[in-house]
Design a protein around this ligand. Structure first.
Ligand code: NAD
Ligand code: UDP
Length: 338
């Protein structure tokens, strides 16, 4: 199949591109590089030994996306092209709603125009909101989100579901990611946040490589075994494999299906730091600080549906996640900017 990766130069998109190519599919990338680098595209080609067609364009630009679909006979779209920083979304809600909603509508309109029937969407565990008990199961109602980023995911899921209800030919797969970390085992592609990282693992690895002095652990008074928050961390390569299964599933089905992509096992912030130190051999200085607004004490996935329906399970261990994150960071201390 030929898969259009909207936002395919980013962290999850680049790893998914590698796994799709290795599984024998073809990919076309469209990205405006607002949070990524064309270097990632070069490295996807280098890792896989396959040429990669990439367009620099904004996915909100209807003419550009339509032209790309005209030039390429796309079987399935994967929509990664979102803004994703929770704190920034609170400060710049309009930018987040504009980018995330508009890219979704533009993709759906162009798919309709060009007869593309399958779309896989990057959703998030954040749509379970604050009310649901964990582990989260797909049948739970979406909850109320604590920030504009979460609401964009909530709304985009609704838009896609409604589109599939109205068009019996459309297949929509909503993938709710838990906490992706790690990198390709080669260390050639990985997570390259701009500025100060918001997420835990890039912060930890930047402390280890000497770019940051210490990690602040946000809160140690939560009702968890060691007082720090627990999350369901998943290796980005397992997540990428989930997309290959989702694309193949979308081609065989119609309507909307939702899948959690997580491991089902939570780890605390301190456990992550200790696992990272063990696997890198580098100490990571940390201090306890106040809780971060909007953080939940803990949550994790029930990933049974993905196993039963997609035939997918996360197989890579926490040690592999830490080893691969470190391998990427130490080979690329400045990310792709190096
Ligand atoms: P990322 O920022 O690395 O990748 C997103 C890519 O989309 C970037 O390359 C960016 O340049 C591109 N992009 C954004 N807006 C665009 C636009 N208008 N036109 C063209 N390109 C555009 O992020 P990621 O971690 O790879 O996440 C991919 C998707 O998964 C996002 O939608 C994100 O919200 C979602 N997600 C991520 C996580 C996570 O922890 N990384 C968790 C849950 C969901
Ligand atoms: N975290 C932390 N210090 C940091 C970044 C994150 O203690 O500098 C904690 C955060 O409070 C949460 C966990 O690490 O409990 C994972 O946070 P991240 O932002 O990576 O993912 P989230 O689950 O918020 O999407």
């Amino acid at each position: 199949m030929l898969v259009l990766l909207a936002g395919g130069a980013g962290y999850i998109g680049s790893h998914t591109a590698v796994q799709l190519l290795d599984a024998g599919h073809d990919v076309v990338i469209v990205d405006n590089y607002s949070n990524s680098s064309p270097e990632a595209v070069k490295r996807i080609a280098e890792i896989t030994g396959r040429p990669v067609r990439a367009y620099e364009a904004d996915v909100k630009d209807r003419d550009a996306v339509s032209r790309i679909m005209q030039e390429n006979s796309i079987d399935c779209v994967i929509h990664f092209a979102g803004l994703k920083a929770v704190g920034e979304s609170v400060r710049k809600p309009i930018e987040y709603y504009r980018n995330n909603i508009d890219t979704t509508l533009t993709l759906l309109e162009c798919m309709n125009e060009h007869g593309v029937r399958n779309i896989v969407f990057s959703s998030s565990a954040t749509v379970y909101g604050e009310e649901n008990p964990y582990p989260y199961i797909e049948t739970m109602r979406r909850g109320s989100c604590s920030n504009p980023y979460g609401w964009t995911k909530y709304m985009m899921e609704q838009i896609l579901e409604d589109a599939a209800k109205a068009d019996p030919e459309l297949s929509v797969v909503l993938l709710r990611y838990f906490n992706p970390i790690g990198a390709h085992a080669s260390g050639r592609i990985g997570e390259d946040p701009q500025g100060i990282p918001n997420n835990l693992m890039p912060y930890v690895s930047q402390v280890a490589v000497g770019r940051r002095d210490h990690l602040t652990v946000f809160g140690n008074d939560y009702p968890t075994p060691d007082g720090t928050c627990r999350r369901d961390y998943i290796h980005v390569m397992d997540l990428a494999d989930g997309h290959v299964k989702a694309v193949e599933f979308a081609a065989r089905n119609k309507g909307t299906e939702v899948f959690n992509l997580g491991t089902g096992t939570p780890y605390s912030v301190v456990e992550i730091v200790e696992a990272f130190e063990r696997n890198s051999g580098v100490p990571v200085k940390y201090e306890f600080g106040p809780r971060r607004d909007g953080d939940l004490a803990e949550f994790w996935a029930n990933a049974d549906k993905a196993r039963e329906v997609l035939g997918w399970t996360a197989s890579r261990t926490l040690d592999e996640m830490c080893r691969d994150s470190w391998n990427w960071q130490k080979q690329n201390p400045e990310g792709y900017g190096n």
